[in-house]
Design a protein around this ligand. Structure first.
Ligand SMILES: Cc1cc2nc3c(=O)[nH]c(=O)nc-3n(C[C@H](O)[C@H](O)[C@H](O)COP(=O)(O)OP(=O)(O)OC[C@H]3O[C@@H](n4cnc5c(N)ncnc54)[C@H](O)[C@@H]3O)c2cc1C
Length: 388
């Protein structure tokens, strides 16, 4: 069995599968991916049919990264012969005095020359009578918003990685990582592998992997959940008729048109309890379910119906909710990505950036906001703000 590779990817969830794909497009058989469970497992962050993708973000830097994300999904989709993104339009709505003001989103889109519409409540109700909102609500509608098809996209990245010659090994838990004489040793399932560069995308297990390198970050892992509602009004929520949406306030809710199931999907963002990846349950929190149902019944009543199912999933949150996308301090041959609970839309471009850092040591994307050594990540008990 081959144990020497140019590049190893640790973790084959959404981001790691993308990294394996982009590395393999460059280095083919010199790429090894290691996943502790079976490919496509549901214990991490990247399962399910859908994730929101959007250009609308609160800083110009994120808008630029989102543009590169769409471009990367397009490259991958064309090569695979199957698209990973479904454009539905995206609507961000908020009361005028909300905890998450829309102004920075609109300013950032303007700064990056992205067209959008600023809608008042009457216009929102006229275009989508599904909404039951008061006159104090306004919205930002951006045409390119839509669905990143999570499970399909992971399979596409894995397929392309393999087609380019990469080895993807499942049920291979990594139990040690060491920098040795200009190389990196990675022990998985009792086998010691060597590589020149390692890309780590371990999601909620990030601190365990960092522990092997004598590092840790002030991350919080939370158990989130999404509910599929078997609405009797399925036609009103067809993806060509109803956009993905985010209610920009605290609590923050978001949802999808009918996609992947005969049901709408609605959830609260960052509404879950702090857990660990190894001790979390798979049981939905009834209080969270009740909040979502009550809010949706008041604001989007026709989307609600009998619960088809609620499924749980993890977020790995940095205190400022910005990503970690950098090499690990003291280990220039080890790059790492942590998604901060909003990275799926960027999965392909983050994988591409991990590949660029591994291959060339540089990327055209400005990674300053995502540095490992930014001040908030040096604090033991930082102030946490997840509502961005
Ligand atoms: C309910 C929910 C809704 C979301 N909605 C959105 C959204 O609408 N839009 C958006 O952009 N993002 C969204 N996100 C966030 C997004 O899904 C995540 O940021 C992204 O999936 C993170 O992917 P990842 O690869 O970092 O983590 P994971 O998918 O968890 O992958 C990490 C992988 O590493 C493996 N691993 C860990 N340690 C080891 C080890 N020692 N050895 C081998 N393998 C290891 C794990 O088994 C796992 O497979 C949502 C997340 C959730 C949970």
């Amino acid at each position: 069995m081959r144990t020497d590779f140019e590049y190893i990817v640790l973790g084959l969830g959404g981001l790691g599968s993308a990294a394996a794909c982009w590395l393999a497009r460059h280095a083919g058989r010199d790429v090894l991916g290691l996943e502790q469970f079976e490919l496509g497992h549901v214990r991490g962050e990247s399962q399910d049919h859908s994730r929101i993708i959007r250009l609308s973000y609160h800083t110009p830097g994120y808008v630029r990264l989102a543009k590169r994300a769409y471009e990367s999904w397009d490259v991958v989709g064309r090569e695979a012969g199957e698209s990973c993104v479904l454009v539905t339009g995206g609507l961000d709505l908020a009361p005028r005095d909300s905890r998450i003001p829309l102004a920075p989103y609109m300013d950032s889109l303007r700064a990056e020359d992205v067209p959008f519409e600023h809608l008042d409540a009457a216009e929102i109700r006229y275009r989508w009578p599904q909404w039951a909102i008061g006159d104090d609500v306004h919205g930002l509608y951006q045409l390119q918003g839509g669905i990143a098809m999570a499970a399909r996209a992971n399979a596409v990245h894995q397929r392309l990685a393999r087609e380019h010659g990469a080895t993807l090994r499942d049920n291979a838990p990594v139990s040690a990582v060491r920098s040795i004489g200009g190389e990196v040793e990675v022990v998985a399932g009792g086998t010691a592998y060597r590589c020149r560069k390692l890309a780590v995308a371990a999601g909620p297990w990030s601190n365990q992997v960092l522990g092997y390198l004598g590092q840790s970050l002030p991350l919080e892992v939370t158990q989130e959940q999404v509910t599929y509602f078997a609405t009797p009004h399925l036609k009103d929520f067809a993806p060509d008729r109803f956009p993905v949406w985010i209610w920009m306030d605290d609590p923050c809710y978001y949802g999808f048109p009918v996609f992947g199931e005969p049901a709408t999907k609605i959830a609260q963002d960052a509404g879950g309890k702090v857990v660990t990846a190894d001790t979390r349950s798979f049981t939905p929190d009834p209080a969270n379910s009740a909040r979502v149902r009550d809010w949706a019944t008041a604001h989007l009543p026709r989307a609600v119906g009998p619960e088809l199912y609620t499924k749980t999933c993890l977020y790995t949150l940095t205190p400022d909710r910005d990503f970690v996308l950098d090499t690990v301090p003291g280990h220039p041959d080890i790059a790492m990505a942590i998604g901060a609970g909003h990275a799926f839309k960027f999965a392909s471009v983050i994988g591409r950036i991990l590949s660029e850092l591994s291959i060339a040591g540089a990327t055209p994307t400005d990674l300053t906001p995502f540095r490992f050594d930014r001040p908030v990540l040096q604090e033991a008990n930082p102030v946490r703000n997840y509502m961005q």
